[in-house]
Write a protein that binds this ligand. Structure first.
Ligand code: ATP
Length: 461
């Protein structure tokens, strides 16, 4: 399906995200901060689950990747070596008539604020300036004196913390090339045109991994990581036909890069297919630059083969916020309910990613049902994030959890206390099964540990 065929769900997602507590605008009571967002109770659970999945796949389940948590503030020379001081800029164009700002390289995607059906420059009033380079790094000062010697930057990517620690990690862990270093952390970019909810923000989190390989073996590792990263997105439940590789053209490719592919996701509407992750073969550019600027040897010594060299780097870089947005867009659906006038809104999240795993509901507030349901909720809480709710009609309680993406609803009814069993209702097909109370943990665990992207009763057997 082409991008144009999928509807734009961002507006309804923004309002659902606020209503249910996934994502709020930062400093909302003061009118909001431009393109900065806060994760609410459901959002923080969802994003943590995404980060946990990444950490497990990239670090815990492998013996050739080590974890790291480098600081946000780094020596200012790092950013000279990396090329960010001189080159991390976007071409900025101002419109003198309406004061809007545009990225020159994204002009064809932008709309004239005075007449959104036209591109900037197409309206008779437009007065566009020539493009000028605008550095995207946030600057601040280290220590009490605000002079140029005290300038430090908020990191615009996490990768440099990995490069400068390459030998520290290698020597501490005694890893042999090929091996990787992975980290999750905040990055900051003073973007010219942030927007589209959390798609492009000024403060965001990256999940990056640098895999150090012997020159000459780099393309083979590159291909392997490209596939592994696509598979990771598929296992989160992103639809296969919403994902594609975009190969960087000669013009897009950095001068030092040997190859680069983006993994693009179709966000629908006018946004369409956009990058969520980059997989790059960066040659030995970064280590060579740091070796030169720091005057410290960063070569890897291959003792077994009596060789020393600067490894090449295969980088995988994915935005935690951007992939979380892709997951929400992919999961959101409105559907009719047979026999009911009102349809329902469902956040069809992969059960393992869902912020709340199960809602626990007494059908009525009598006959010991609330007590039994509370006991069950307390027992389940030791293993899962569950939500106990006894307020209002059962149908409405189910609907609230459908919107929150909760895969299972566990209901205690009039027969439960006598038979010691409950009903499990599945979010995706609304099917129900009856299970004995002692089996609930097992049924839920099976779903959470399997790679089923959906939760439905049809699979329960
Ligand atoms: P773009 O061309 O969209 O500005 P980029 O190519 O500069 O992105 P990278 O530097 O490759 O992006 O960053 C790697 C990943 O970090 C991206 O794929 C994206 O998921 C995430 N990312 C980058 N910039 C932002 C941002 N401003 N807001 C949210 N996520 C971002």
């Amino acid at each position: 399906m082409s991008a144009a065929n999928r509807p734009d769900v961002l507006d309804s997602l923004v309002s659902l995200a606020k209503r249910r507590g996934f994502i709020f605008q930062s400093s909302e009571i003061y009118g909001g901060t431009g393109s900065v967002w806060d994760y609410g109770p459901l959002g923080v659970e969802l994003k943590n689950n995404v980060k946990q999945r990444w950490w497990n796949a990239m670090v815990r389940e492998r013996d050739d990747v080590e974890g790291l948590d480098a600081a946000i503030l780094m020596h200012p020379r790092v950013w000279e070596a990396s090329g960010h001081v001189s080159g991390f800029s976007d071409p900025l164009i101002d419109c003198k008539a309406c004061k809007a700002r545009f990225r020159a390289d994204k002009l064809t995607d932008a709309a004239c604020p005075r007449k959104p059906s036209k591109k900037p420059g197409e309206h008779t009033d437009c007065q566009l300036t020539e493009p000028r380079q605008f550095n995207l790094m946030f600057k601040t000062f280290m220590g009490p004196v605000e002079d140029s010697a005290a300038v430090v930057y908020l990191r615009p990517e996490t990768a440099q913390g990995i490069f400068v620690n390459f030998l520290n990690v290698q020597q501490a862990t005694r890893q042999k090339v090929p091996f990787g270093i992975a980290q999750i952390g905040k990055a900051f970019r003073n973007e010219i045109t942030p927007g589209n909810f959390t798609f492009r923000t000024r403060e965001f989190e990256q999940m990056e991994m640098q895999f150090f390989v012997e020159p000459g073996t780099d393309m083979e590792h590159f291909e392997r990581w490209k596939q592994a990263r696509l598979d990771w997105h598929l296992a989160l439940g992103l639809d296969r036909d919403r994902l594609e590789f975009h190969q960087h053209t000669e013009k897009e490719l950095a001068h030092y890069a040997r190859a680069a592919f983006d993994i693009n996701f179709d966000f629908g509407g006018t946004l369409g297919f956009q990058e969520i992750e980059g997989v790059h073969n960066r040659s030995d550019f970064d280590l060579r630059q740091h070796q030169e600027f720091s005057s410290k040897k960063l070569e890897y010594v291959d003792q077994a083969n009596n060789k020393r060299y600067l490894p090449y780097v295969i980088e995988t870089s994915v935005g935690a916020d951007r992939v979380t947005l892709a997951i929400l867009v992919n999961a959101l659906r409105e559907e009719a309910v047979p026999g009911e006038q009102e349809g329902r809104t469902v956040m069809g999240l992969h059960p393992a990613l869902a912020p709340i795993k199960a809602g626990v509901f007494p059908l009525t507030k009598k006959d010991g049902q609330p007590e039994m349901a509370e006991r069950l909720a307390t027992a389940l809480r030791k293993k899962f994030n569950v939500f106990y709710d006894e307020a209002g009609a059962i149908g409405r309680r189910y609907r609230r959890q459908d919107e929150a993406g909760t895969p299972f609803g566990i209901t205690v009814d009039g027969d439960s206390t006598a038979n010691d069993d409950v009903t499990i209702r599945f979010r995706d097909d609304m099917g129900q099964i009856r299970v004995s109370t002692s089996k609930v943990v097992e049924v839920l665990t099976n779903y959470l540990e399997a790679d089923h992207p959906r939760a439905d009763a049809a699979r329960a057997g």
